[in-house]
Write a new protein. Sequence first.
Length: 201
Amino acid sequence: MLYSVVIVMCMILISGANMLFNPLYQDKLWAYILFTIGFAIMAVVIDGIVAFAIRKMPEKWFEKNKGIFKTGERELAFYEFLKVKKWKDYVPELGCFTGFHKNKLVNPFDNKYIWRFIIESRYGVAIHFYSVPTSFLLLLLDWRMYSGESNIWLTIGLPVAIINAILIVLPAFILKYNLPRLLRIYDKNAAAEAKKNQINQ
């Protein structure tokens, strides 16, 4: 709900600012509204393409705790500084598209479940992080800019891309903030299971 409000308010501000200060379509003010809506829709389309492409990648690529999947101490301190724990519940979780929700830990003692949680979180991290730079492909959609006849790429495309990038990276912050805890739970469960097996032998 909060994301929807933020998106609508930003679209109103972007189109309104263009109506007031951009002389390009002063005889057709409604054009700014259409361009803003169009860029917003294309942002969702680009995000969807990135998500689809990454979800098709082999799961084995997401099994190791390295690269963008690893949360270092400084990075974790950064998330603590941002107070991720306080606002994470206000960011939409899109587990409905994969059949695995990551907004709540349902079974902390089942390592199969925890491992699936870790893998899904890493897929999510990759999707959200790589969607940030691809957001700026929106600027290329203003084909009239190549002939110098349009500034819509700058006055509408760029703001939409920046807002989209911010909204996209926040879920990645949450996932990376949660991953160290998930790994600790997984290791703790594995150690408990190994100890149990050792006693039963």
